[in-house]
Design a protein around this ligand. Structure first.
Ligand code: ADP
Ligand code: ADP
Ligand code: ZN
Length: 214
């Protein structure tokens, strides 16, 4: 099963991908996580991406298309994948269609997670992540069961993203509306677009996704 979760920054794509990965064994492919790993590694790409991400802008299409194409070829994607953060522009969506056709793969579902702007900023400014296993949390909406301890791996170290501040968030949301929202009609025309209510509680969003996936 191959799916795309689409939605603005803070919609819950990462949170739900992690849950679906556990349940269905389909790998979460987060282009944001891949870029942050490149930044940490200090590679040439990482250095370039760092400035772009801090400015709330998009990394060039050709870089992202190559990154995702190579990633899909890895053996751990054989059971399927959940794209989280890709495609983010119409050219990326078109390139994805072409590359999947080349690889003999297809998309089963493209699911839009709808969330209001004011809720999004509260979500991203309260977001943090386990430094060891990457499990996502929120200060108020999704804290670890034991404060300061990761539910998944027991680690006590967490990180916050440099771009999860109100100012950069505003630029990222603008980029979403300008460059990413036009993907929605593209998939609607192809008859694969579905929606869930991203404003609902985390468990309820998971139920809605499972109802679509079956
Ligand atoms: P969020 O989960 O808040 O939507 P991501 O972690 O997906 O954010 O992305 C963080 C940043 O990484 C983006 O603001 C952008 O700079 C860059 N990025 C991630 N995926 C893409 C992509 N497919 N195309 C271009 N830039 C990307
Ligand atoms: P995205 O990957 O779309 O940028 P995340 O999954 O990282 O979004 O979620 C953003 C923040 O909001 C995280 O701190 C997460 O714990 C929290 N969150 C996710 N889904 C919900 C929800 N349905 N209700 C409230 N908070 C949520
Ligand atoms: Zn952890």
């Amino acid at each position: 099963m191959n799916l795309i979760l689409l939605g603005p920054p803070g919609a819950g794509k990462g949170t739900q991908s992690q849950r679906l990965e556990k349940k269905y064994g389909t790998i979460q492919l987060s282009t944001g996580d891949m870029l942050r790993a490149a930044v940490r590694s200090g590679s040439e790409l990482g250095q370039r991406a760092d400035a772009i991400m801090k400015a709330g802008q998009l990394v060039p299409d050709e870089v992202m298309i190559e990154m995702i194409s190579e990633r899909i070829d890895q053996p751990d994607c054989a059971k399927g994948f959940i794209l989280d953060g890709f495609p983010r522009t119409v050219p990326q969506a078109e390139a994805l269609d072409a590359m999947l056709a080349d690889k003999g793969l297809k998309l089963d579902h493209v699911i839009e997670m709808k969330v209001d702007g004011p809720a999004l900023v509260t979500r991203v400014t309260g977001r943090f992540t386990c430094a060891k296993c990457g499990t996502g949390y929120h200060d108020s909406f999704n804290p670890p069961k034991v404060a300061g301890v990761c539910d998944n791996c027991g680690s006590t170290e967490f990180t916050r993203r440099a771009d999860d501040n109100a100012e950069t968030f505003g630029k990222r949301l603008a980029a979403y509306e300008r460059d990413t929202a036009p993907i929605l009609p593209y998939y609607r025309e192809h008859g694969v677009l579905k929606q869930v209510d991203g404003m609902a509680e985390i468990d309820e969003v998971t139920r809605q996704l499972e109802a679509i996936i079956g």
